[in-house]
Every structure is written in structure tokens, then in C-alpha cells.
Design a protein around this ligand. Sequence first.
Ligand code: CIZ
Length: 315
Amino acid sequence: MATAAPSIDLKEEILRLKKEKNAIILAHNYQVGPIQDIADYVGDSLGLAYKAQATDADVIAFCGVHFMAETAKILNPHKTVILPDRNAGCSLEESCPDEALEKFLNDNAEKNYYVIAYINCSAGVKALCDVICTSGNAVNIVNQAPEDRPILFVPDANLGGWVMEQTGRKMDLWKGSCYLHVEFTRESIQKIKDEYPDALVVAHPECVQAVRLLADEVCSTEKMVHYCKNAPAQNIIVVTESGMLHRLQKECPEKNLIPGPTDHCACGDCRFMKLNTMEKLRDCLKNLSPQVEMSPELCEKAERPLLRMLEQSKK
Ligand code: CIZ
């Protein structure tokens, strides 16, 4: 989605407020260009979690979706964590309510599942899990799971299916999906491949298997940067949320990056990610609201599997 250039005044106001509040601005790779450009750090959930853990700012302005800001709060219970739009949710998070997961685990208690949750889930779900993963480290995390326990992978069945293919480890999959990534279809990607026969295709593992099979590389957004920089092709079709194209175009100015189309649109905009705007970023810094709030008990329970992930990610 093309975003109008923000006024110099708006940018200056955001930078002034950031200084005044001793804030850091963290932005996900899927945010609109102007937000990425003004952020202190732009990255995927894993990189953002490490940055949130390391910061000494008093305020974290998190430009992403709610579960990402919540993750920053879990890692920083005593800091103020704000987000531009409280309604920036996630269909994956919605697909796995904590009550439903708790009931499933109780109903299947005899299985003694080792539960691995993709970071795109609520704090309530994180609190019920053994370890968290991101798309960037999911293969590594699954490879470290105890061999004597069955794995339940929540909430993304597509990412889980891809990880099973990569690791050979059988897992039971929660039937959740990202509403946007499943809109990329075999037909929509084959059509753009036919238009650019010499292009390479890089796709996100949240895509369905039929799309992943058309890709030359399947990886997380952060790994896409490395892939595109080093790919031996000028044209690269990028099959993920459209905000990634901004990051990639900055990092790989010499490449022609082509957004993968969905079955009804020339590129994939996540309706939740795109709720955040520069005006809302300014307002949340000014008012220190909306804030992410969570009980200390929930924070503590959700922190354990997150810290385990950060630790296991280094291996
Ligand atoms: O892990 C993330 O930040 C997401 C949602 C996608 C990716 O691959 O970076």
C-alpha cells in the first residue's frame, strides 16, 4: 500500500515527543514505510523481542500488532508500553483463544503435550506453553523439543506444517491461520511467475503448502533480507505482507522486488498492521495511551516460555 509522505512537522513532533518521554520506537517489518523510517529499530518479532529486552528507555512505542506490544510488556513489566492503535489485532491470535487451548490440554492431559506456540498468540496462550517460537527460529526451537513427548504446535497450521517438513518431527497442529497469508494462492503466484519467468520467489511459511511449493525459498521476514541481498536474480517475487517490500527495497536497492499478489489484490496488506499511522504514533507518544496492561501473574507465566525461546535461539 503506498502511503503519503508525512509532513516534516509531524516527523519532528514525533522525534520531539520521543526525546521528551525517553521513548524508543520499535517497528515491525510489516509497518508502513514512514513508520519504519522513523523507528529506532525495524525487524521481525524475534529481533524486536531482543531489542525490547535490552532497552533502557522508559517508554516503548511499539508499532506492530497487539501481541507484539504485549510481548514487549511481558519482557518489561515495569516499563510503559504503548501502541498506536489498540485495535491492531491478529487473526492468528484470534484463532487460538486461551480458554480453548486450556480445555484442549485438559481434555488430552494423558498425552502430556510439549506445547510450542508461535509468537503470534495472546499472553494467555503464551502462559500455557512450554516454549515460544517465531518464524525465524521455529525449526531450531522444534529441533530442541524433548524427544520423548508429543508436540502440540499452536496456532499456525501452515507454519507448523512447514516446520514438520523441515525437521521431520511429527507434531499435532492447531488449525489456525493468518487470514492474509492464506489469500496468496497457487493460481495467483503462478500467474505472477508467468509474467516474470526469470524471477525467484521467496515466500513466508505462513503461506499454504501449494504456494510454498512454488517458492525458491521459504523463510521469515528477517531471513528474506539476507536472501534478497544474495539472490542471483534481479527480479524477486516477495510473497508476504506488503510492508516488507519497503524494508527490502531499502536494503536491496539494486533488486526489482515484486509484491506477490493475492487472489483478489495486487499485493497483500494486513488490515491490522495497516491500522497504525504516523498520526496515531504521535498521539500515543503524546498521551502515553493506549498502553498495554497485564496482571503481574500473567506476565510472569508468559515470560517463562519467552525467555526459554530467547535462550534456545542462541544455540
Ligand atoms: O516473526 C514475525 O515477526 C512475523 C510475524 C513474521 C516474520 O517472519 O518475521
